[in-house]
Ligand binder design. Sequence first.
Ligand SMILES: O=C1O[C@H]([C@@H](O)CO)C(O)=C1O
Length: 549
Amino acid sequence: KTVHEKWDISYHFKSPDCVRKLAVTVNGGTPGPTIRAAQGDTVVVTVKNSLMTENVAIHWHGIRQIGTPWADGTEGVTQCPILPGETFEYRFVVDRPGTYMYHAHYGMQRSAGLNGMIIVSPAEPEPFSYDGEHDVFLNDWWHKSTYEQAAGLASVPIEWVGEPKSLLINGRGRFNCSALAASGGAAAACNATSPDCAVQVFAVVPGRTYRFRIGSVTSLSALNFEIEGHPMTVVEADGHYVKPFVVKNLNIYSGETYSVLIKADQDPNRNYWLASNVVSRKPSTPTGTAVLSYYGGRSSPRALPPTAAPTGPAWNDTAYRIAQSQATVSHPAHVHPPPPPRADRTILLLNSQNKIDGRIKWALNNVSFVLPHVPYLVSLKHGLRGTFDERPPPETYDNSTGYDVYGVQPNPNATTSDGLYRLAFGSVVDVVLQNANMLAPNNSETHPWHLHGHDFWVLGYGVGRYDPVAHPAAYNLKDPIMKNTVAVHPYGWTALRFRADNPGVWAFHCHIEAHFFMGMGVAFEEGIDRVGQLPEEVMRCVSKKGGRH
Ligand SMILES: O=C1O[C@H]([C@@H](O)CO)C(O)=C1O
């Protein structure tokens, strides 16, 4: 069947954390509506850009777009942006069941509020059962506009975005209005009684089992999510069934989705916290909260729990997070196509912070990514020349003198490029993400990497410098989970494998909005000759002669 959505994208004043701010909305809301479809359905979203002075493009995060690479919604890669006043139709098949998301993919627009969930119900029975379902959509939130943030990042010296003001659960948080007034902020802009920031309540029937679908669309933060007093059994990650394991709390990186099961077996006469906490960066943001309430209990549904909200694990406990990453393996009875035993090509990507013309950038093998003005998909499909740098980016980094991933590099210079990797169609590609120290000493951050157009097998994680001889021998080829987003941990490496069998051009990038803006991404082309005729509306910015309008 076909699921139709009609969306109007426009700015509205919203108060997600009680502080009034202009937000990019879908039909007046942030988050936007949840798309619900069944496996195999065609989803058609008619998007009208009513932003007046701003372009837009929307990415369907986790949907592989098999046969429809032009519908991936990535400005500069798969399409020209949708101009103000224009209408664009996204049409694609949701071929796999699971929990997915959508969000803007133009500049740093995602962080302005254009985001939501996609839930695809399965055609076949799942390897677990439950009585009811709740959806939890996690985000971080700033009071500065996206434009102020972007301008700050591009300034010399950099004006970093800083830690978020609030953490949102289903678009709701709670900023301390009196603190805002005390710091000289406009008190009128903070309204603790705004319905936009009313506490979100998740109601459960005593004795029942619930599936919580959890997605994180944060701009920056790695999060730890906990439901007070209710251990969670992890059963799904990025649309793939997980060999179940139980956690007290769940680490979730931007771009990831999970499903967990909880049993409503606690005292029904009180409420419990849902808590979202920053991990991996030194937090300065209060815990994001919502409330779990039992039907029939003596507590009023909106009553705040009698306890203090969970504060999560120590923010810098990297080993704790790596252990959870490693515990996330495939469900034995739902083995997706097993990974091919070896790769045809290995691309080793050094993640480094660099300086270009005095600006702080991120680079892969010393190349900082910039998007071309003509979308790759259009240039390559139509054979346009001179629209991007045709020299391929490097396959590895210079390790001739033994790159010290723990040290500050003596030469932080890098170059920018809009070149891309061209993959042999059908070939098996390994990508190893190598983390390193940043420009300042003793710091390495977590980067959640998201691949468009594919799911990949997660073959292994390690700490320190990746060894191309020793480490592949220990890859998990038995039951690796497939995902579309995976973290490379501080000072660590992460190895993943995918088959380049989806004709198109696909972005692969750090899902931290500021980091992609600062160059932390690459692009892959495969099977361009197999791509069908491009719809006219993806190339509205390209002149017939090949240049840009
Ligand atoms: O890209 C980043 O820049 C800042 C800092 O390194 C410079 O201010 C930071 O924490 C990042 O993740």
